[in-house]
Design a protein around this ligand. Structure first.
Ligand code: GLA
Length: 731
């Protein structure tokens, strides 16, 4: 049983294969958080809470004068707000009389079979093979008719617990939610580090690790997208945790808009971690009977380091978040024209790229930005989703037909959520753009943002996009979003509700995505936001792959793909071989290395094939063969980070489920005179099996390989790379 209930329905324990999560509704009705960690028996652990009369930490009326019972010190599932817990709160409300207080008490529970489907938002789903369970705990606000339902899902095999919540106004008067975070995780004992994944456009998701102390650590986004700058997934771990050692807790937010995640120790050294929608510029009016859903957080636990934690996230996201035909179907090797042509193309140029690509075995051509409206640079045309037949020298149908005749699939770029001022759409509907009356808006890439909260805007986009997808044979869509949001004002929303606009826009985006995905289930969607500006678990619900970064430099990609791998599976990372000198960094790396790095992702090319040598063309064929040969390893196998970026070389590895086949990629990142040897480890083999290493033909036992490792017979030069394979052999 994944959900255990004891002590007259007041002790709750969520059990996964290796972890336990315990809560206890105490005699005062406060829902205490009593344990999260390695799997244990369901024994009430509320006695581990040490109570003392802590000066300046008061006590609620039910404590009946017991000064040791303070909300300011107790570990809680849903901390109160404004009534004496001075630490970080989750739900902040304003009542009709202007007071700001929320104090929750246990009001019952029920267990639902199956996992929770949050209306209008992505969440983990059940598969035929695995069905989760959901525990719902109701908490009533003490002095008003506000009720909060906490939803806990359990995915036993992946050691994953989910949490989300719903707030319902069961009273007659309006309530304003001023903050509604999804999760509070309290740790009573121990010191912890917080790992975050931070960066910037073209340098996303670099791990950063800080000790959690009294100074609050906080990351978040108010950009309207999950952002390049801070990813909505964090790890809380023991200070000495490493890839294979230590307690690690993952918090992965299933949301693509504004978020916050923070961690802080309180006055008594207890750690509180919270995650949810960023309260900045947020408020939400709840009228009688109305509800608000907070997005899901996927909690993961590993008792032995980051590798196991990551593997659990890879599995749960691949199996229970990604959907559609391409969830498990092999993705086509693509060529994208962006870095080959930018806006400067016509039909013939695109066909030439396709012809070359088809000869080399590339399976799909993706036509990027510039095929619609009047769009020859990034200053105009967004919103006018009409084919520019003059530029394409024919219809899109003809172009797609010719490409399909070459035996290739055809993909198309869209940026639905944006509008250029220089567009027919803007001239017709200026009020469809988000902008504050009387205030000149900020531009980003010279574009404004469409008010996706409005149904008529979404209907227009659906009509345009589905018109194209329905009439032309299109196999893939790249869904881009190329600026951060600001100047938030909807011309269609009552002014009291303007604090709802960020979230309403996000819900609108999910609505349109859902309509497209369910209307065109055969199409492979690739998410994108100037590369990886919206790389989050929620987007994987619609697009099983996301363009990892606009930076295609193989050496920078080592860092970017490494950071991304802590939560997101390799199958979700769009990775392409591009031209050198690299357009973002000016660096030159070999064609082979660019291929090896991109092989650890959703593979493709993004260069002018007319400009590469015959030798490189042969390499393209070889790389595609390698990609196909290793596909099930890289896209379904277990992933191991062997050597992090920053050293002399970077290495990572894949092992198949049966532990019969392993592949290591090693890339040198520096060069030295009189070089020291390159010795590498290998992980995840079966210690009892024998394996042949195809690099040197040696046969050794799995335990020997894993403990003694391999020394390369030559030290590769700077930016050179090697693929090393192990195959199980009969004893
Ligand atoms: C973004 C994407 C690129 C490309 C351009 C087109 O920057 O990340 O891959 O599609 O937009 O404008």
């Amino acid at each position: 049983m994944a959900i255990l209930v004891k002590e007259n329905g007041r002790l709750f324990q969520l059990q996964t294969r290796d972890s336990s999560y315990q809560m206890y509704a105490d005699e005062k009705g406060v829902l205490l958080h009593t344990y999260y960690g390695k799997r244990i028996e369901a024994e009430n652990l509320s006695d581990l809470i040490f109570r003392a009369d802590v000066g300046f930490s008061g006590y609620p009326p039910e404590a009946d004068g017991d000064r040791t019972y303070s909300l300011d010190c107790l570990p809680q599932e849903l901390p109160s707000s404004g009534v004496g817990d001075y630490r970080q709160d989750c739900i902040r409300v304003r009542h009709e009389d202007g007071s700001r207080a929320a104090d929750f008490r246990f009001a019952g529970y029920k267990i639902l079979q199956g996992s929770l489907k949050i209306p209008g938002m992505p969440s983990l789903y059940d598969t035929d093979k695995e069905r989760g369970q959901t525990l719902v705990i109701a908490l009533k606000e003490k002095a008003s008719d506000l009720v909060v339902y906490l939803y806990y899902g359990v995915f036993e095999e992946e050691n994953v617990i989910t949490r989300s919540l719903r707030v319902e106004n069961c009273g007659k008067t309006d309530i304003v939610l001023e903050q509604c975070l999804s999760l509070c995780l309290d740790f009573q004992f121990g010191d912890y580090d917080l790992m975050t994944f931070c960066g910037r456009h073209a340098m996303e998701r670099r791990p950063e690790r800080n000790r959690i102390g009294s100074t609050k650590l906080e990351i978040g986004s108010v950009r309207g997208t999950s952002s390049h700058q801070y990813n909505p997934a964090v790890i809380v771990c023991n200070p000495d945790a490493s890839e294979d050692f230590g307690d690690c807790y993952g918090l992965c937010f299933v949301y693509s808009g504004n978020f916050t995640a923070s961690a802080q120790q309180d006055q008594r050294g207890q750690t509180r971690v919270v995650m949810g929608i960023n309260p900045r510029q947020f408020s939400w009016i709840l009228k009688e009977g109305e509800t608000f859903w907070a997005p899901q957080v996927i909690l993961g636990y590993s008792d032995c380091g980051f590798t196991k934690l990551s593997r659990q996230y890879h599995r749960i996201l691949r199996e229970h978040m990604c959907r559609g035909k391409y969830k498990s179907k092999k993705r086509p090797v693509l060529i994208n024209n962006w870095e080959a042509t930018y806006f400067d193309f016509d039909g013939e140029k695109i066909l030439n790229i396709a012809r070359e690509a088809a000869k080399l075995g590339i399976e799909m051509l993706v036509l990027d930005d510039g095929w619609f409206g009047r769009r020859d640079d990034d200053n105009s045309g967004l919103g006018d989703w009409y084919v520019n037949e003059k530029k394409l020298e024919g219809s899109l149908e003809e172009l797609s037909g010719k490409i399909h005749d070459m035996g290739m699939k055809f993909g198309l770029w869209f940026e639905p959520e944006m509008i250029s001022e220089d567009s027919d759409l803007y001239r017709e509907h200026p009020d469809w753009a988000l902008q504050i009356p009387g205030r000149e808006p900020n531009r980003g890439r010279n574009q404004l943002v469409l008010d996706m909260s409005r149904k008529e805007v979404r209907d227009y986009l659906f009509e345009r996009i589905s018109g194209i997808l329905g009439s032309v044979e299109i196999d893939y869509v790249k869904w881009d979003v190329n600026r951060s949001l600001c100047d938030m004002y909807s011309h269609a929303l009552e002014k009291e509700r303007m604090g709802e606009i960020y979230h309403r826009v996000m819900l609108g985006i999910y609505d349109l995505l859902e309509r497209i995905v369910s209307g065109f289930p055969e199409i492979l969607l690739e998410g994108c936001s100037g590369g990886g500006g919206r790389f989050d678990a929620a987007m994987l619900y619609y697009s099983p792959q996301i363009w990892c970064s606009d930076n295609t430099d193989a050496v920078n990609r080592l860092d970017i793909q490494y950071g991304t791998s802590f939560f997101y599976p390799v199958s979700s990372m769009g990775a392409h071989v591009s031209a050198v000198p690299n357009h973002q960094t000016g660096r030159t790396t070999s064609f082979a290395t660019r291929g090896h790095v991109a092989l650890s992702g959703s593979f493709g090319y993004e260069l002018d094939l007319g400009r590469i040598s015959e030798e490189e063309k042969e390499l393209v064929k070889r790389q595609i063969a390698e990609f196909n040969r290793y596909y099930s390893l890289t896209h379904e196998g277990d992933y191991y980070r062997l050597e992090p970026p920053g050293g002399r070389f970077n290495a990572w590895e894949f092992v198949d489920a049966g532990k019969n086949h392993a592949l290591e990629t090693l890339v040198m990142t520096s060069a030295e005179g009189n070089p020291l040897p390159v010795h590498t480890t290998v992980k995840g083999l079966d210690p009892r099996k024998d394996y042949r290493c195809l690099y040197n033909g040696q046969v050794r036992s799995g335990s020997t390989w894993m403990n003694a490792g391999l020394t390369l017979d030559q030290v590769p030069g700077e930016y050179e790379s090697v693929l090393i394979e192990w195959e199980a052999v009969e004893k």
